[in-house]
Design a protein around this ligand. Structure first.
Ligand code: PMV
Length: 318
């Protein structure tokens, strides 16, 4: 049976996607900008043709909802596909706000495309990855990537696009891991709830595009202070939109704010470091490569574990 394996790195958004302008097509209400990060990676093998659909994630059979999400994505790739076997493993904790769905669906569409013998463009694959998980559309690309909202009703122009390759800028992203267990509210549920109930949501979507313009310019001229300022603002405004939902949604734990304070104290003492948080309690800290050890020491004191990440390359078939 035709089989193919693909590897993709997750990405962390510096300007956040939070809100959907079309739920069925998974189209975003905000543009976003991200950094793809190694050595975290998802490795996925797809066998195109089997007795029945089966998905194994990190060594266990995927449950109903997870499996449906995977096979619905393969149905989009080919509505007449044969039953498939999908085997996928992450080298990092799943569903703890560490963006595992971004690398997961990027690796899935790439492996499935190769296994099926089709030759889609990277843009077509990025649209398919978006349907699986919005953030996955950015993980097909290495280094710095953007996901514009797009204007078309069918979403064909809403997919990840490369901004600058991994070797454009030698930065680090350190993750203060505060709680590696599975998160309580999925990002989709969280953003839909925010959209439906938060009075701050319209303001969030209105101002988000300007952040991407600013962040893009900062990345291109390698201005970490300017990028750091936009990155913190985007994260806090996204979280403010959900804190104002009804009932309020808060992914933070006490340790989250302790890590944020540690980053601010480090900056006040002269070391450049900037934070962001996603749909989970962990804090991700951006810094220049030369400041990695100082940042590590500062956040290790307030977290369970610190992961060290650096710009990673594009998703690839192995
Ligand atoms: O596409 P999802 O379901 O992984 O949602 C991603 C949401 C955030 O991580 C909070 C922001 C982002 O742009 O990645």
């Amino acid at each position: 049976m035709p089989t193919a394996t693909a590897v993709a790195h997750p990405n962390i958004a510096l300007c956040k996607y939070w809100g959907k302008r079309d739920r069925a097509l998974n189209l975003p209400a905000t543009p976003s900008l991200s950094l793809t990060l190694a050595p975290y990676a998802t490795r996925t093998t797809v066998t195109w043709g089997a007795d029945a659909d089966e998905a194994r994630l990190n060594g266990r059979i995927a449950d109903g909802k997870e499996a449906r999400r995977i096979f619905a994505n393969l149905d989009l790739l080919d509505p007449h596909r044969p039953p498939c076997v999908v085997t996928s493993a992450n080298n990092f904790p799943t569903a703890a706000g560490l963006a595992s769905s971004s690398s997961g669906f990027a690796a899935l569409v790439l492996a499935a495309n190769a296994a099926s013998g089709a030759s889609r463009t990277i843009e077509e694959l990025a649209v398919l990855a978006r349907r699986g998980s919005g953030s996955a559309t950015r993980s097909l690309f290495g280094g710095w990537a953007e996901w514009p909202m797009g204007a078309r009703a069918d979403g064909a122009d809403s997919h990840g696009v490369p901004l600058a390759p991994a070797d454009h800028w030698d930065v680090r992203m350190l993750v203060a891991v505060l709680q590696a267990g599975p998160k309580g509210t999925s990002s989709t549920d969280g953003m839909v709830h925010t959209q439906e109930t938060s009075p701050y949501y319209p303001v969030w979507t209105e101002q988000a595009p300007a952040d991407v313009v600013e962040a893009r310019a900062a990345v291109l001229r390698r201005d970490i202070e300017a990028l750091g300022a936009v990155m913190e603002r985007s994260a806090m405004r996204m979280h403010a939109s959900m804190l104002a939902a009804d009932p309020p949604l808060c992914y933070w734990r006490a340790g989250t704010l302790a890590a944020v304070d540690a980053v601010k104290a480090l900056r006040a003492s002269g070391t450049g470091a900037w934070y962001t948080m996603d749909a989970g309690p962990n804090v991700k800290v951006l810094c220049a490569a030369a400041d990695e050890e100082a940042v590590h020491a500062a956040i290790a004191a307030v977290s369970e574990r610190v992961e060290r990440l650096a710009p990673g390359g594009p998703a690839r078939v192995e």
